[in-house]
Design a protein around this ligand. Structure first.
Ligand code: 16G
Ligand code: ZN
Length: 546
């Protein structure tokens, strides 16, 4: 490292000093904790982004957000050149850098530079985005301080959704082939693809019911307001929890709706009307509705994956292309969805570990890889080969029908955010499919019936005592736990359960499904007890749900 650089870095670091002794881990999706503990992490992630940019000779993104966490939290994720999450090999650099005491900072940096043979004379550029949390602006300024301490170029995109920043990074590194690297460019690209798709719908006049959106009082609400005008008159939106009064993610948002399996506060639901919730940084979406008896029905990531993969598969038959398609889920996928996809749809299904990077990675193995977590994070990846073949068929398809189907696939490619799951983009894909197929939300829901399920958490002294295998579906440590779970599961019908240490919270998560809600609840509770006793539970023993 050049002396000049080093002096500037150390000098600025004083303004972002690390509280001695504090250690944090680069978790499933970056650092995440109380906002007041993050200033030094932000500064250092600014530094790391510059190093990553020099190393990859590409623009790197830094997003300040804690997604669905409470408003008081914050976090940071790095975005790699093609818009993917930071490669896993660099997560350890991130952790080391974040945890180096002030006097160790220089060594921590020099180590990365040596290890990766980074030429500090190389150009670099970092793009920065942030969510609507009160702490985000200052934290993003800390990132910028880090970036400028290394005398790097940067561009601050201000308030953007996480997927918008991923999109921008990808555009910047592909000479605009993916789109214009601006938020406006994002709206243009998506709305054009959406409008082109929906215009082909025989039903565009039929279902004029509007879509109600719960914006989780976050960035998604802001961005939907900006985008709305581009979508009229084909889609009319009613926005709730737009941030004007409620608190971010408080009793609303995709995570709340999915985990509690109930409607968010602050939304006006009429029977049969489509509703959806974004999470705090708009990279997740779930749908739901109330039936005539006012019963709540959730359409989660699994239902979304099924809808999208069915639609794509039908189009592939029409264009007569032999592209392989696979669906990637996690252990949380409802058993009914997996069965439906495999047995009825005849689509190969794979299970990956929780966390977008694991699903994304697996999905890249297919010509068309659909991945969704049950919690509503997901997208579709098209290989280069698939994209080329589809684009070609738009003109050269042998029949009117195949050219039309190719055109629709092309629109889907443009509409879906292939860099990462994106609530806005996914919402538009879903709305387009429902319109093209003339499907009501109830009919979509009827594709298969979810097995009743329950998610709970258990506090233990050290969640690292639990180790899992087989994409988190079984535990190998502590001894005896898995055998215990197996015995409990056997007592229930159509049952399945697994436990895993959370990657974002200091708890062990428990998932259970069974033939009835009562049984799913009882099974989840029994498994919680097993975890509590075998993995060092703290506090009171878990209580039954009812
Ligand atoms: C993060 C992940 C999400 C995952 C969740 C699991 C990304 C962008 N986000 O939010 O995919 O489902 O963590 O949380 O990767 P948990 O480990 O606390 O259950
Ligand atoms: Zn999120």
């Amino acid at each position: 490292m050049r002396r000049m650089h080093l002096e500037a870095v150390l000098k600025s670091s004083v303004r972002h000093a690390k509280p001695a002794g504090l250690t944090l881990q680069y978790g499933t999706a970056g650092f995440r904790t109380k906002a007041e503990h993050l200033d030094h992490v932000m500064y250092r992630m600014g530094l790391l982004a510059v190093l990553r940019s020099k190393k990859t000779k590409s623009v790197i993104g830094v997003m300040v957000t804690a997604s669905h966490n409470p408003e008081e939290d914050n976090g940071v994720k790095l975005v790699d050149p093609m818009g993917e999450m930071l490669v896993q090999e660099w997560e350890v650099y991130a952790t080391n850098l974040a945890n180096a005491e002030e006097h160790e900072l220089q060594t921590a940096l020099t180590n990365i530079i040596k290890e990766e043979t980074i030429n500090m004379q190389d150009e670099s550029c970092v793009v920065i985005g942030r969510d609507t949390r009160p702490s985000s602006e200052n934290l993003s300024l800390a990132v910028i301080d880090g970036v400028t301490a290394f005398e790097s170029r940067y561009q601050d995109y201000g308030l953007v959704s996480t997927p918008q920043l991923h999109y921008i990074v990808c555009c910047r590194n592909t000479d605009g082939r993916y789109g214009e690297p601006t938020v406006e460019g994002y709206y243009q690209k998506l709305s054009k693809a959406f409008n082109d798709l929906v215009k082909q719908s025989p039903n565009s006049e039929a279902d004029k019911k509007s879509l109600s959106i719960d914006g989780a009082n976050g960035i998604g609400a802001l961005k939907i307001r900006e985008m709305e005008q581009h979508l009229q008159p084909l889609l009319s939106l009613l926005l709730f929890n737009d941030g004007s009064k409620g608190k971010l993610n408080h009793a609303c948002g995709a995570d709340y709706v999915k985990v509690l399996q109930k409607a968010p506060e602050g939304i006006d639901m009429k029977p049969g009307e489509r509703c959806c919730s974004f999470d705090g940084d708009a990279d997740r979406i779930v749908y739901y509705y109330k039936d005539n008896e006012h019963r709540f029905h959730l359409l989660d990531g699994d239902k979304i994956a099924t809808l999208i993969s069915t639609f794509i598969k039908e189009l592939l038959v029409k264009v007569d292309l032999t592209l392989n398609m696979g669906v990637v889920q996690t252990a949380y996928a409802n058993g009914s969805s997996t069965r439906y996809l495999e047995e009825i749809m005849k689509v190969p299904v794979y299970c990956a570990k929780t966390g977008v990077k694991h699903l994304h990675h697996k999905a890249q193995e297919f010509d068309i890889g659909v991945y969704f977590e049950a919690n509503g994070h997901g997208t579709v990846l098209f290989s280069k080969r698939a994209e080329e073949q589809i684009r070609q068929l738009v003109d050269t398809g042998t029949s009117e029908e195949s050219r039309k189907a190719a055109q629709m696939l092309k629109n889907v490619i443009d509409l879906i955010n292939q860099t990462v799951g994106d609530a806005i983009s996914d919402m538009l894909v879903i709305e387009a499919i429902l319109s093209l197929k003339g499907l009501s939300v109830e009919k979509w829901d009827e594709i298969y019936t979810d097995l009743p399920n329950r998610q709970l958490k258990v506090k233990v002294a050290d969640r690292r005592v639990i180790e899992t295998t087989n994409a988190e579906r079984r535990t190998i440590k502590p001894p005896g736990l898995q055998e215990n779970i197996d015995e409990i599961v056997k007592k229930y019908h159509m049952s399945r359960a697994f436990v895993r240490p959370s990657g974002t919270e200091d708890v062990v998560r428990v998932y259970a499904e069974a033939d009835t809600q009562e049984n799913a609840d009882a099974l989840a509770h029994e498994v919680c007890l097993a975890v509590f006793h075998r993995a060092g539970g703290v506090g009171d023993e878990p209580k039954p749900l009812r």
